[in-house]
Design a protein around this ligand. Structure first.
Ligand SMILES: *[C@@H]1O[C@H](CO)[C@@H](O)[C@H](O)[C@H]1NC(C)=O
Ligand SMILES: *[C@@H]1O[C@H](CO)[C@@H](O)[C@H](O)[C@H]1NC(C)=O
Ligand SMILES: *[C@@H]1O[C@H](CO)[C@@H](O)[C@H](O)[C@H]1NC(C)=O
Length: 513
């Protein structure tokens, strides 16, 4: 530490507290009062809370990548303002050189924690199990990042990576939650051979203050699923390997974080996913069957919430890129009861609006097996999929039914039984006039490349009116969305690149009056 002119300079670090007016941040949207459900409304908090996780095809770890530790890591820090201890003391050379300091809460040792290595709070029983170890590491990182708040403390935004590769001969993924043995070949799933379900390399540049005045906060996670990839010269220019990168940047004290995402597939890894998630702070979150940590200090419930964010799609990721303008995940049983961790009766429910204009409607008037049984208009009118004059076929990419539904309407297609630890149900929408009421895109191409937009989506209203399967005569499930995210899934298409930024993200929950 340099002490310029011999005058004792003892920098005092004062925690920079964000300007918050009160815990309940009210706004009027058409006369209603809303409160933010996320810990960092609008991504404005300088002291970032961010984590990354990687999943295999069935949302587990399976096997850690060599020397990478368990695929959970975080970048969480507080910003301190350095001031001289003496009142009116202006010659603190340290202070003028470094007016702000970042104090990171998660160390490299924390981020490198891997199976077998104990850590505070880690239970002995899970130390040798890669799947359970990752789940507990997430809790530990959450403990280090946690921000006290009302009505609940919260931990971090979550970057999620997933590879769709599956080695059916390795028998690593259960089928609809039931353990099964090796089988194959199954060309539904890409796999180049033994080890194809590996976790990615995860490199990390901790957030630092950059720029001529040291006022730009910037950091990065990046890597590849190709374990022999040389990313020493960055990854952007390396051809023919899988690659992902999330860079985050913000000007101190002003504006929003901007999260810049890149995802590239390769012939070995043609099915990859990269999402930016706002997950529940405890309990399960969409697709994750362990207790999670996240951003949602309030769990949004249909129909009373909206989601606001700015999305700039720079590269689309090719025709197979199911770019999700909005992706939400929840879990409830077919009898409407909340999930309890029993993977044979819990059902993950997903709904997504696919923004990519190249994605066709597979739901068709003459072939309705990929259509939901009915569509509900905002005024409550229901139209059956056999009503060719009124059913909005082009509004649906596909609907697939949960594999454990006992009273499904025929014809139907069951969702992939492997890609979740439990059965799943998926509703995928396309831009269409029927969604305009909720603020969603009504025409293909809206919000796509060259058309960055700030969206305010009535996600609550839309998700309230979507069809989801339940056993006949059971009380309707409470639709509580434990993961609200956006990003892309490049589906079985090698050598494709998607690139986009997300900023100003917020979830607004309507206050009950
Ligand atoms: C980012 O991190 C990588 C891997 O740890 C390192 O090789 C690289 O030099 C870092 N880049 C910067 C700009 O600090
Ligand atoms: C990448 O792979 C394609 C197809 O296999 C090949 O034509 C191309 O030359 C490769 N490029 C590099 C830089 O290796
Ligand atoms: C509800 O909305 C649909 C679609 O706009 C329309 O066809 C139908 O007539 C409306 N029903 C009522 C009862 O207003």
């Amino acid at each position: 530490m340099a002490h310029g002119n011999g005058i004792p300079c003892c920098p005092v670090l004062a925690l920079l507290v964000m300007v918050t007016f009160s815990n309940v941040f009210l706004f009027g949207v058409m006369g209603d009062e809303y409160v933010s459900a996320v810990g960092d409304p609008g991504m404005k908090r300088d002291g970032l809370r961010l984590a990354i996780e990687a999943w295999n095809q069935c949302n587990e770890v399976g096997e850690e990548a060599p020397n990478m530790g368990s695929p959970r890591a975080a970048d969480c820090f507080d910003v301190y303002k350095s001031t001289s201890q003496l009142e009116g003391e202006n010659d603190c050379s340290f202070c003028s050189k470094f007016p702000h300091l970042l104090v990171h809460r998660v160390t490299e040792d924390d981020n490198r924690l891997g199976v077998g290595t104990p850590f505070p709070g880690g239970q002995k029983e899970v130390l040798q199990n890669v799947d359970l170890y990752a789940a507990q590491k997430e809790l530990y990182l959450g403990y280090k990042c946690q921000v006290p708040d009302k009505p609940k403390p919260w931990q971090f935004w979550m970057i999620m990576l997933k590879s769709g590769n599956m080695d059916t001969y390795a028998a690593k993924c259960p089928k609809n939650g039931h353990k099964i043995g090796p089988y194959g070949p199954d060309n539904q799933f890409p796999c180049f051979g033994k080890g194809c379900m590996n976790q990615p390399l995860i490199y990390h540049n901790y957030t630092t203050l950059q720029g001529p005045k040291r006022t730009t906060l910037k950091g990065r996670f990046y890597g590849s699923w190709d374990l022999n990839a040389d990313l020493s010269r960055g990854g952007d220019n390396v051809q023919n390997i899988s690659y992902y990168s999330v860079t985050w940047e913000k000007e101190l004290g002003t504006g929003s974080w901007i999260f810049h995402h890149v995802l590239r597939t390769s012939s070995k890894y043609p099915w990859l996913m990269l999402y930016f998630r706002s997950d529940a702070t405890h309990g399960f979150s969409g697709g994750y069957h362990y207790s999670t940590r996240g951003m949602l200090k309030i769990i949004p419930e249909s129909p009373n919430f909206k989601v606001r964010f700015t999305l700039n799609v720079i590269k689309g990721g090719g025709p197979g890129s199911q770019f999700y303008l909005m992706d939400m995940g929840s879990c409830w049983k077919n009898n409407g009861k909340p999930c309890d961790g029993d993977v044979t009766s819990d059902v993950t429910r997903y709904s997504e609006m696919i923004l990519n204009p190249e994605t066709p409607a597979w739901c068709k008037p003459d072939d309705p097996k990929l259509c939901p049984p009915y569509h509900t208009f905002p005024n409550g009118t229901r139209v059956h999929r056999s009503d060719k004059a009124h059913f909005p076929y082009d509004a649906y990419h596909l609907y697939c039914a949960p594999g454990n539904g006992n009273h499904l309407e025929e014809p139907n297609i069951l969702c992939d039984p492997y890609s979740n630890p439990q059965p799943q149900e998926i509703m995928q929408l396309l831009p269409h006039p029927v969604w305009g009421y909720y603020g969603y895109p009504t025409r293909k191409g809206e919000g796509w490349i060259g058309d960055p937009r700030t969206w305010e989506l009535d996600v609550g209203g839309l998700s309230h009116n979507l069809y989801f399967y339940q056993d006949p005569g059971t009380p309707p499930a409470k639709r509580k969305w434990t993961s609200i995210d956006l990003g892309t899934e490049i589906y079985k298409a090698p050598d494709q690149v998607a690139e986009w930024t997300v900023s100003n993200f917020d979830i607004l929950v309507k206050l009950r009056k």
